[in-house]
Every structure is written in structure tokens, then in C-alpha cells.
Design a binder for this molecule. Sequence first.
Ligand code: ACO
Length: 322
Amino acid sequence: SLKAVLCGCGAFLPEQILTNEDLSKRVDTSDEWIRERTGIRERHIASEGELTSDLATQAAKAALDNAGLTPDDIDLIIVATTTPDLTFPSTAAIVQAKLNAGEGAAFDIQAVCTGFVYALSTAEKFLISGQHKRALVIGAETFSRILDWEDRGTCVLFGDGAGAFVLEAQPAEEAGDRGIMGSYLRCDGRMVDLLYVDGGVSSTKTTGHVRMQGNKVFREAVTRISDAMVQVCAEAKVDVTAIDWFVPHQANERIIQGVVKKLDLRPDQVISTISGQGNTSAASIPLAYCAGVADGRIKTGDLVLFEAMGGGLTWGAALMRA
Ligand code: ACO
């Protein structure tokens, strides 16, 4: 049998930074309010002409370098994004072209902030089936493009960026303990009103803007996220407290701390990037993971738990031995 093993990761953030102070000049808000309610201090914003596929390609190149591989070694590209360059083709197809790789399959996944967990789970299934050998799984967003910059309830929360994983199908005997151990994906479309974009190809023929009932989303978050984490661990016969690292989607520091408390995790097990990046939607998990690897916290063999919740509502978790 085969396992999907992580063999490299990479991150990319646009240069331009937008601070809470900058935002307080645009809308009626303050650094103090944003920090206290969310944990965010600043976020990166893509410059004009800097596209989701550009951020994704940079992150993919960094991940390939980290894995010691080239684009020719890849036969599957999955991009999780809510902010594609174009309605079609997929951002994954554009990334494939920018990497100058024309082999294998490429497609996008749309599960908003849960996109990376959905993409990781999908890639694992393609790899363990034996149909594909090596996958680039990318979370990439230019969320700034769908924000209503006059709505203080949403524009302060999000940022742009991209993160990428390279996963490889390895025979179980070779992989040993390493690899993706399980995932748990959920959606309840009846809660679409809580968080959505008010435009689209088939409805308005416009791009639209993010609309969110933040406090209602907040109330759903901790329970659903914790449940997904417990489920994925139970299926893998691992106690949640046995994990080494908790790498959450970075939506709000208070949601993360709520989950930590509910599941009896230690605050020092959390990889948090929210203060400097905000919510980068599908990019936040690989960005946080890369930060944990880059500063030496996450090491090969560590047990890592991912979770996310986002528009849909969608939510999910994944467990991996690094
Ligand atoms: N600055 C100052 N005041 C603000 C701001 C702001 N930026 N935004 C809202 N307020 C005000 C509101 O208008 C409200 O004022 P009122 O009492 O006079 O009406 C007050 O602050 C409280 O608003 P709430 O929405 O109840 O504040 P809350 O404590 O819930 O924090 C927040 C808001 C940060 C949005 C929080 O609800 C949250 O993080 N929600 C979850 C977001 C999330 O996880 N989304 C999912 C992922 S995103 C995705 O999938 C795309």
C-alpha cells in the first residue's frame, strides 16, 4: 500500500504591508480594536498586477526547492483558492504553465478558508490510489481583491499570500510512520448566508465582495472545528493531546485559543502567524506550517494536526506525521 508523504513546503507573501494604523485611516476602526478582537497587527497585500497564480508559483518554487525536486517531477497540481486569476482556466493550469510543466493533471478546489484541508485530503487520495506520484498542493489567495474596503467588519481581517506542499506517494514500508494519517471534511450549505461573496459568474456577472455575519460565524467555529479535530484523531487512533503541533487556519486568535482550551492543548503547541498575516484564507495553513518548519519548531517525525473553517460553511481537519 501507498502513503502520501510531505517532502517539502514553501511560502510566499507579497512585499506590500498594510498595518492596522493604515486601516484606521480608511475606516472607523483602531489598532486596539483589531488586535484585541482578532490578534491581527498587519497583513500583506498583493500589488496591482500581482496575481494569485504569481503568489502560488513563488510558493510552489520554494516548496520544490525545499524538496530538492523540479517541476518535471510533479504530475498533479491542486490549487485551493477563492480568488482565481480568471473564471477559467483554473489557477492550477496557469501555475503549471508558469512552472513550465505540461505533464500530469491540474485543477482548483473551492472550499474558501477550508480549501487547503480539502486539497490536502484530495491529493492524498490521488496519491495513495497510485494514479499520481507527486503532487503540488497550493493554497493561494489575493483576498484583498474581493474585500469591501468600506466595511470595517471584514476589510480588517484578511490578507494575501500563498503556501505550498509537495507530497509524494511512497510505499508504506518506505514511509514508515510518516505521511497523511487521515482527514475529515464537512460542509453545511444551509449556512451560506453567514459568509459569502455577493457576486459571481452566473448570478451578477460581477466579482462581488465578501459579506459576513462575523459574530454568527464565530459562534459556530470552536465547536465544529474541535469536533473535526477529535474525529480525525479518533479515526487514526491518536489522542488529540498526543500531537506535537497544532497548525490551525488563521482566522481569529480568539477562535484558535478557544479550540486550544476546549481540547486541552498547550498554547506553546500552536503555530500562529495571524498577527503578521491576518486571514489569508486557503493559504494560511501552509504559510503557518512553513513558518514552523523555518524556525525549527516542526521537525521530521512530528505529529501535526491541521484544521479550518470557512464559507459554505465548510470545515475540516487533517492529521499528518511530518
Ligand atoms: N473596528 C471597530 N469596530 C468594529 C469593527 C472594526 N474593524 N468591526 C466591527 N466593529 C463593531 C461592530 O460594528 C459592532 O458594533 P456595535 O456593537 O455598535 O454594533 C461591534 O464592533 C461588535 O461587533 P461583533 O461583530 O459582534 O464583534 P466580534 O467580537 O464578533 O468580532 C470578528 C468581530 C472579529 C469579525 C469576529 O466575529 C470573527 O472573527 N468572526 C469569525 C470570522 C471567521 O472565522 N470567518 C471564517 C473564516 S473566513 C472565510 O471563510 C472567508
